[in-house]
Design a binder for this molecule. Structure first.
Ligand code: HDE
Length: 701
C-alpha cells in the first residue's frame, strides 16, 4: 500500500495537537490538580470526605458519559472525505455542490440496522449509508441504505417492522439477527416486505466491506433546475472496488473472531491511503402527474427501476480520506436527516419519505439531549447560521441582539430573507391533486411479488444457491411451524423452484403459489458476479513455516504492499523473522489468526506441527492419520476454511505440500502454485480481481 496517510480530519485539525496534549491535569473548571489517584480522606485509613469536589466531579461526569443509542442503525463506523461534482447534473438541478469540479467536504456513516451499538459488524442485515454534504448552501444529507428498496411502503409501519426485527422483548434475544420468529412472522404476514427481505437473504445482506457496497437513496427525489424545471431521480452510489460480499459461514465466524471487522477494514484502508471511492449517479424520470415509469410506481419504495430501463448517470465522485479523531464526538453524535435539503433538491409524496421527514429530528432531540445538536462540531454547517432559534438544553452559542423575531426593527430588521435568486430554499410548487382524506395507498402498491421475482430471476446460479441457503438457515431458526409454512407460500409466489429448495431443506412440503407468477425481464445489473475489480486494500495472509527463508518472505511482503494490498505475516510464534539483518515482523500467530481475516492466503512453506501447537502434547500428534502430513492443524483449518469460502490460495516451494496435506489439489479452481514467490503472488492477484473462485461453488439451481 502507498505511503500516503490519512488526511487531516477537517473537524479537529486545528485542535488535534492541543486536547489533552501534555498540559497539566485540571478540573473541569481549569484548576490544576496535584493528585488524582486518591480520594480526600480523613487520614490514610479513614472515611472519604463529601467535600472532595474533584472526586465528585470526576465520578458524576463518568456517570453521565453514555447517551441513548440510535433506536435503529445503532452500530456504525464513519469517515470524512470530499465529494467532487462532475457538473453533469447541472442541467437538471441548481444544487451548487453538483456543479463541475465543486469540492464539498462530507462525513459518511455506515451502519447495520438491527443490532445494538456493541453488536457484530458481519451479521445478515441491511446497511445504512448516510452522507452529510457540508455544501456552500447549507447541509444536504443523503440518508440511504445499501439496498434500493424498503420493507414497508408507509412510515406508519416503521415501528412494526423494527419491533419485529429487534430481539424478543421477553429475553432480549437474539441480538442483531433476523433469524427469529417475530421477524419472519411480520414479513410473511406483511408481504410488501418480500422484496427487501429477499435482498437481505441475498449476498447483499453480508457485505465484504463498507468499501464494497452500493448505496441507494431508495425514495424518488425531485430535482429542480435554475428555471424551475423538475426531474424525478433515484440516487445511487457505485463503489470503485465493485460490490462484494462475504459468504455466510465466513460472516458468522468473523462475528466471533472480529466483531469489528467492517469498522476495522474502513479505518485501516483510510489510514494506509487506500481511500475508498464511490461515484454518485442518478436515474432520471420525467416528472409526470402519475409519477410512473415503464409501469413502475416511482412513489413505491418497495420497487426499483432496473438500470437497463433507466441507466445510472454519474454526477460526482466521493472519496473518503480521513478517519474520525473521536468516535463519540463524530460518529456517535452525527445527526442525519432526510429533511436537510439544499436548493435544487426536493422531496416527493412517497409516504415512507414523508414519515422520515418527521422522524429524524424528533429522535435526535432525545438521543442528543435537546434541540441544539446542530451546534456540535460534526453537525455544524460550513456556512453562517442565522436561524433565530434560541436557548434550550446545551445551548453553546452566545447570541447577540435583542430581537430574535421577525419582523423586527430593534435589530435593524435582521436577518433578511433570501429568495431563490439569493440562494433561498423554495419548495417546488407542485400541484396537490384534489382528493379525499384516506388511509390508503394506490392500487399499484398491492403488487408485492413481481419485483422480488425480477430480483430472483436476475441472480446467477451461485447467488441463487446462497439465497436458498440463507432462507433455509433463517427459517430453521423459527420455532413456529406455521411461520415457516407461511414463509414457504411467500417463496412460492417469488419462484416455485426457490420454494421447493427451501422446503426440502426444512423438511416441509412445498406449497403452490397463491398469486399468478409474472414474467419480468431479468436485470443483469442486479447480479454481483462477473467482472474484474481493483484489489486495493485486499488482505493477503502470508503463512510462513519455521524453516522458510525470511528474505523471500520480506520480498513477497513488499510486493504485496507495492500492489496496494495488505500483507499479514502469519507464523507459529510472534516476534521477528531474521532476514539477513533486516527483520520481518510476524503480525499474526497461528493461535490468533483465522482464515476470515484474509482475502487470500499465500503459503511460504509447510508449517509443521510444533511443540506450541494446541494439542501437541496429545498422543494424536504422532498419529499421522489425525494430522495430515504433519502440517500444523491450525494451518490446515485455515486452508480448508479459505478453500470452502472460495478464497484464492497460492503456494510456492514446500508450500504446495501444505495444500495437498489439506486435501486441496494444486489444479483446483482458484489455486495457484509456482516455483517462485513472485509468480505465485502474480497468479493470486489475478484471482483476487474476481473476488472469489466462483467455480468452487456448486450451483444447485
Ligand atoms: Fe431511517 N431512521 N427510518 N431509514 N435511517 C434512523 O434516525 C426512520 C429508512 C437510515 O448513521 C433514525 O438519527 C423511519 C429508510 C440510516 O446516523 C430514525 C423510517 C432508509 C440511518 C429513523 C426509516 C433509512 C437511519 C434512528 C421509515 C434508507 C442511520 C437514529 C419511514 C433510505 C443514520 C436517527 C446514521 C436512522 C427513522 C426508514 C436509512 C429513528 C421512521 C427507507 C442510514 O429517525
Amino acid at each position: 500500500m502507498s505511503d500516503k496517510k490519512n488526511e487531516k480530519n477537517p473537524v479537529t485539525a486545528a485542535t488535534e495537537k492541543v486536547a489533552q496534549g501534555g498540559g497539566r491535569l485540571t478540573t473541569a473548571q481549569g484548576t490544576r490538580l496535584y493528585e488524582s489517584d486518591h480520594s480526600l480522606k480523613a487520614g490514610p485509613r479513614g472515611p472519604v470526605l463529601l467535600q472532595d469536589h474533584h472526586l465528585r466531579e470526576k465520578i458524576t461526569h463518568f456517570d453521565h458519559e453514555r447517551i441513548p443509542e440510535r433506536v435503529v442503525h445503532a452500530r456504525g463506523a464513519a469517515a470524512h472525505g470530499v465529494f467532487r461534482g462532475y457538473g453533469s447534473a447541472a442541467r437538471i438541478t441548481r444544487a451548487a455542490f453538483l456543479g463541475k469540479d465543486v469540492e464539498t467536504p462530507v462525513f459518511v456513516r455506515f451502519s447495520t440496522v438491527l443490532g445494538s451499538r456493541g453488536s457484530a459488524d458481519t451479521v445478515r442485515d441491511t446497511r445504512g449509508f448516510a452522507t452529510k454534504f457540508y455544501t456552500t448552501e447549507g447541509v444536504f444529507d443523503l440518508v440511504g441504505n445499501n439496498m434500493p428498496v424498503f420493507f414497508i411502503q408507509d412510515a406508519i409501519k416503521f415501528p412494526d417492522v423494527i419491533h419485529a426485527g429487534k430481539p424478543h422483548p421477553d429475553r432480549e434475544i437474539p441480538q442483531a439477527q433476523s433469524a427469529h420468529d417475530t421477524f419472519w412472522d411480520f414479513v410473511t404476514l406483511h408481504t410488501e416486505a418480500t422484496h427487501h427481505t429477499l435482498w437481505n437473504m441475498s449476498d447483499r445482506g453480508i457485505p465484504r466491506s463498507y468499501r464494497m457496497m452500493e448505496g441507494f437513496g431508495v425514495h424518488t427525489f425531485r430535482l429542480v433546475d435554475a428555471e424551475g424545471a423538475t426531474t424525478l431521480v433515484k440516487f445511487h452510489w457505485k463503489p470503485r472496488l465493485g460490490v462484494h460480499s462475504l459468504v455466510w459461514e465466513e460472516a458468522q465466524i468473523t462475528a466471533g473472531m472480529d466483531p469489528d471487522f467492517h469498522r476495522r477494514d474502513l479505518a485501516d484502508a483510510i489510514e494506509s491511503g487506500a481511500f475508498p471511492q464511490w461515484e454518485l449517479g442518478v436515474q432520471t424520470f420525467p416528472d409526470t402527474e402519475e409519477q410512473m415509469f415503464e409501469g413502475i410506481d416511482l412513489l413505491d419504495p418497495t420497487k426499483i427501476v432496473p438500470e437497463e430501463l433507466a441507466p445510472v448517470q454519474p454526477i460526482g465522485l466521493l472519496t473518503l480520506n480521513a478517519n474520525p479523531t473521536n468516535y463519540f464526538a463524530e460518529t456517535e453524535q452525527v445527526a442525519f436527516h432526510v429533511g436537510h435539503l439544499v436548493p435544487g433538491i426536493d422531496v416527493t409524496n412517497d409516504a415512507l419519505m414523508q414519515g422520515r421527514l418527521f422522524s429524524y429530528l424528533d429522535t435526535q432531540i432525545t438521543r442528543l439531549g435537546g434541540p441544539n445538536f446542530a451546534q456540535l462540531p460534526i453537525n455544524r454547517p460550513h456556512v453562517p447560521v442565522d436561524d433565530m432559534l434560541r436557548d434550550g438544553m446545551h445551548q453553546s452559542a452566545v447570541h447577540s441582539g435583542v430581537a430574535p423575531y421577525r419582523p423586527n426593527s430593534l435589530d435593524g430588521g435582521c436577518p433578511f430573507l433570501a429568495g431563490a435568486d439569493a440562494g433561498g430554499y423554495v419548495e417546488v410548487p407542485v400541484e396537490v391533486p384534489a382528493a379525499r382524506k384516506v388511509r390508503d395507498a394506490a392500487a399499484s402498491f398491492d403488487d408485492h411479488f413481481s419485483q422480488a421475482r425480477l430480483f430472483w430471476l436476475s441472480m446467477t446460479p451461485t447467488e441463487r444457491e446462497h439465497i436458498v441457503a440463507s432462507y433455509t438457515f433463517e427459517l430453521s431458526k423459527c420455532q413456529e411451524t406455521a411461520i415457516r409454512e407461511r414463509a414457504l407460500t411467500v417463496l412460492a409466489n417469488i419462484d416455485p423452484g426457490l420454494c421447493a429448495e427451501v422446503a426440502s431443506g426444512l423438511g416441509l412440503p412445498a406449497p403452490a403459489p397463491t398469486v399468478p407468477l409474472t414474467d419480468p425481464q431479468p436485470s443483469p445489473a442486479l447480479s454481483q458476479l462477473g467482472g474484474r475489480w481493483p484489489t486495493d486494500g485486499r488482505v493477503i495472509g502470508v503463512v510462513v513455516a519455521a524453516d522458510q527463508d525470511p528474505s523471500e518472505v520480506r520480498t513477497v511482503r513488499q510486493a504485496v504492499l507495492d500492489a496496494g494490498m495488505v500483507p499479514l505475516v502469519v507464523a507459529a510464534t510472534g516476534g521477528q523473522l531474521d532476514a539477513d539483518g533486516d527483520p520481518v515482523t510476524v503480525q499474526r500467530t497461528f493461535g490468533a489468526a483465522r482464515s476470515t481475516e484474509f482475502d487470500a492466503i499465500l503459503l511460504a512453506g509447510a508449517p509443521a506441527v510444533g511443540a506450541d501447537t494446541y494439542g501437541a502434547r496429545d498422543a494424536k500428534v504422532d498419529d499421522g492419520a489425525a494430522i495430515a502430513g504433519g502440517v500444523d492443524p491450525r494451518v490446515l483449518l485455515m486452508l480448508t476454511e479459505a478453500y470452502r469460502h472460495g478464497k484464492a490460495l497460492g503456494a510456492w516451494g514446500a508450500g504446495t505440500e501444505a495444500l495437498s496435506a489439506a486435501g486441496i489439489a494444486s489444479d483446483a479452481p482458484g489455486v495457484v502454485t509456482a516455483g517462485a514467490a513472485s509468480a505465485a503472488l502474480e497468479g493470486l492477484t489475478e484471482l483476487l480481481k474476481h473476488h472469489r473462485a466462483w467455480d468452487r461453488f456448486t450451483p444447485a439451481l
